[in-house]
Design a protein around this ligand. Structure first.
Ligand code: 6PG
Length: 227
């Protein structure tokens, strides 16, 4: 398993900026960019839109989604639309939204179809939950053992407690770069388990490493406190 290059930024805003710079650079270069949900990346997406407003060479994907309508405030797509998509002059060449409103099984089937011909991603962005989850792959859930390189449905293992759709670990890890953005002291324990301990199903973040690419973690000081 590849090692993780760790960068510790002064605070959450500085960490978000570093991630935004990387996303903007990839938007310019084009290719398949995979985004994450949660609240931490919102600021990174806003800055990325300011740094590069033409994303027409890139295609966007999501690592996970909640089974809610696209306009719901819990939707990862809705967060990304407000923070990034609505601020762009040049829309991405394709926006591959997970259709959470279809319900778990149908949304999984639809996204499997969407992903069928896609090879290695350029960059996959991940957050890390305080319990160590990544995407919607929760600690000790059987979804961690799925070996197919696509998507899986899951019950919620964390709030908001709605059904989830998630890329599987083999799909997430098939990328030239796997980039974590983690900020806040409530993540410090999970960060230590994910990046400094042995890989374990108890901390899904410890299992997420680019199979043949680079894995980087951009942290703020608070999240890095227990490394
Ligand atoms: C989701 C996510 C999830 C997220 C972590 C961290 O849909 O919830 O994709 O894996 O990245 O829960 O979320 P926060 O940034 O909100 O702490």
């Amino acid at each position: 398993m590849s090692s993780v290059e760790i960068t510790v930024a002064e605070n959450g805003a500085a960490a978000a900026r570093l991630v935004a710079e990387r996303l903007a650079e990839q938007a310019r270069a084009g290719g398949n960019i995979v985004l994450t949900g949660g609240s931490t990346p919102r600021h990174a997406y806003e800055i990325a839109a300011e740094l590069e407003s033409d994303w027409s060479r890139a295609e966007l994907w999501w690592v996970d989604e909640r089974c809610v309508p696209a306009g719901d405030q819990r939707s990862n797509y809705a967060m990304t639309k407000a923070a990034l998509l609505d601020r762009l002059d040049g829309a991405p060449a394709a926006v591959h939204r997970m259709q959470g409103e279809l319900g778990r099984d149908d949304a999984v089937a639809e996204y499997k179809h969407e992903l069928a011909d896609i090879g290695t991603f350029e960059v996959v962005l991940l957050g890390l939950g305080p319990d160590g989850h990544v995407a919607s792959l929760f600690p000790n859930f059987p979804t961690l053992d799925v070996t197919s390189r696509d998507v899986v449905g899951s019950q919620a293992g964390h709030e908001p407690f709605v059904d989830r759709i998630s890329m599987t670990l083999p799909r997430i890890c098939n990328t030239r770069e796997l980039l974590f953005l983690v900020a806040g002291e409530d993540k410090a324990e999970a960060v230590a388990h994910a990046f400094a301990d042995k890989p374990s199903h108890a901390t899904p973040g410890s299992l997420a490493r680019a199979t043949e690419g680079t894995t980087r973690a951009i942290l703020d000081r608070a999240a890095a406190a227990k490394l």
